[in-house]
Design a protein around this ligand. Sequence first.
Ligand SMILES: CC(C)(COP(=O)(O)OP(=O)(O)OC[C@H]1O[C@@H](n2cnc3c(N)ncnc32)[C@H](O)[C@@H]1OP(=O)(O)O)[C@@H](O)C(=O)NCCC(=O)NCCS
Length: 220
Amino acid sequence: MKKGRNCKIYQNAVIFDRVILGDNVIVFPGAVIGRPSVNTKATARIISSSGPKTTRIGDNCVIGANAVIYDGVDIGSNTMVCDNACVRSGCRIGAYTLLAMGVTVNCDTRIGSHVKIMDNTHVTGNVVVEDHVFIGPLVSTTNDNSMGRLKMAINDMRGPRIKKFATIGAASAILPNVVIGENAFICAQSLVNRDIPARVLAGGAPARVMRKLARHEINK
Ligand SMILES: CC(C)(COP(=O)(O)OP(=O)(O)OC[C@H]1O[C@@H](n2cnc3c(N)ncnc32)[C@H](O)[C@@H]1OP(=O)(O)O)[C@@H](O)C(=O)NCCC(=O)NCCS
């Protein structure tokens, strides 16, 4: 492990060898960073046999109690991974982003900068979340319409793409491969099974566009 200046690592945190911490990083008790992926063949995803990859945590990040960050993860500066959150292998997360308590992020997902993902939301594998997105609590994103039943190519799992400044209401479900447009506002408990255009309010199950957003309702 390499660490920068003024890092504070509390007792019972476990930091594996191939981890690079920037300056002023705080790691709370019980956090695990750089956890290698192992394969029992219980998972559909094929795990690289080339061994663990480096995990980088940027300057001024905070890693909460019992958070688990796998190998091959890259996190930008000033990002907060709160208590009990988990980030799986191959994820890239930007700067000034918040993963609140219990958020789970599966393999190879990209999350931008200034993103807020609230408590107990699940971001599945192969998702793209662009900068300045807000995702409410208990949202679930999905990447596999076969739900494991068909012999679909495992490499063809496609998560949603959530474009910049979009907002997703609490407890919504976002189905595989949909695109949520820039600045779109998705109401609470929506089921998003089709692409949603930019700058609209959409909601319901299945989600329908309800109206265009007024100028003052648009983030940027
Ligand atoms: C969309 C929302 C902001 C209300 O917006 P609004 O413009 O004030 O809308 P209104 O309450 O006037 O409702 C407008 C219409 O949308 C409907 N609607 C509102 N919320 C809805 C929802 N979640 N699902 C389906 N329809 C919804 C209303 O029933 C109403 O329909 P009607 O005109 O046929 O009666 C609010 O309902 C919502 O979903 N907030 C999200 C909160 C959240 O998840 N925050 C996360 C961080 S804690």
